[in-house]
Design a protein around this ligand. Structure first.
Ligand code: AMP
Length: 267
């Protein structure tokens, strides 16, 4: 191991050490005041796990390609999928694009099967990112939201793994179907009853948003920084009766990644 020895005069070293300690103290105070959200934004208060109802998200799919989750034919998603895990402020709004980090697909290669399955992109095109260019849906989610999850979640792999983990812990589609709320193009369900079913499963009040005619578009579950569910305290944007439309396949594309793909079956 290399070692350094500097011959020095104690009369000079003492003030220098004092100055160094003072500078370190200033750095510590500044670090405590600097929001760890980064980019001058203050640290977030809680998380939203935003889920998408595939049939509603796929309704306006204009184009099919192998990457588009709407185009897996009979293997297309039929359960809520992940939109993103979003740091939020209690008062209003959220931090975004908190660091210069650039999404790197290789960093999450170990998770790619689960990401394709539970966090599919519903487009063929690219989405804007934090650097004035365009990239994948996952790049958008990580750069815009994931980089603001520090100090609770730090780094790309941790962001995707944590999101997949809490998603799998709270299976909202199953909770709803156990309560009798299943996909249907004819049934309408009272919003309050659907909210109660999610509340029973997660011990917290979700936020549900709807597209036209009460078709559920997104369902948000909120979490504190320890990943314990908490009320979202956000108004629903749905009518009194809502629908969970059935997925109508948009066509199948050669090479599409199957949705209900058991790891064992693929091997
Ligand atoms: P966000 O900023 O996280 O709310 O994401 C919104 C952006 O992502 C918009 O450009 C949406 O059109 C796009 N988007 C949302 N969900 C998906 C999805 N499943 N696949 C691809 N793009 C999406």
């Amino acid at each position: 191991m290399a070692s350094f020895y500097i011959k020095s005069n104690p009369m000079v070293v003492a003030p220098a050490v004092f100055l160094l300690l003072a500078l370190q103290l200033v750095a510590v105070v500044l670090a405590a005041e600097t929001p760890s959200g980064g980019g001058g934004q203050k640290e977030f208060d809680y998380f939203v796990l935003a889920l998408q109802w595939p049939a509603t998200s796929c309704k306006n799919t204009g184009k099919c390609c192998p990457a588009n989750g709407c185009c897996r034919g009979a293997d297309s998603p039929t359960e809520f999928t992940i939109h993103g895990l979003w740091p939020q402020y209690n008062e209003k709004g959220w931090p975004s694009c908190c660091t210069d980090a650039v999404f790197n697909q290789n960093e999450i290669s170990l998770l790619s099967e689960d990401i394709e399955k539970y966090w599919p992109t519903y487009r063929c095109g690219t989405t804007s990112n934090c650097h004035g260019t365009k990239g994948s849906f996952w790049a958008h989610e990580y750069e815009k939201h994931g980089t603001c999850a520090a100090p609770v979640i730090v780094g790309e792999y941790d962001y995707f793994l944590t999101t997949l983990t809490i998603f799998s812990k709270y299976n909202v589609t199953k909770a709803l179907s156990d309560a009798g709320f299943v996909a249907s193009n004819t049934e309408k369900y009272p919003l309050g009853d659907v909210v109660d079913a999610v509340k029973n499963a997660t011990n917290s009040t979700p936020k549900i948003s709807c597209a036209k005619k009460g078709a559920v578009k997104e369902l948000w579950i909120c979490f504190d920084k320890n990943f314990e569910p908490r009320d979202c305290d956000l108004a629903n944007s749905c009518p009194e009766f809502i629908k969970l439309p059935t997925y109508e396949p948009q066509g199948v594309v050669e090479g599409a990644i199957p949705w209900i793909a058991d790891a064992e079956e693929l091997i």
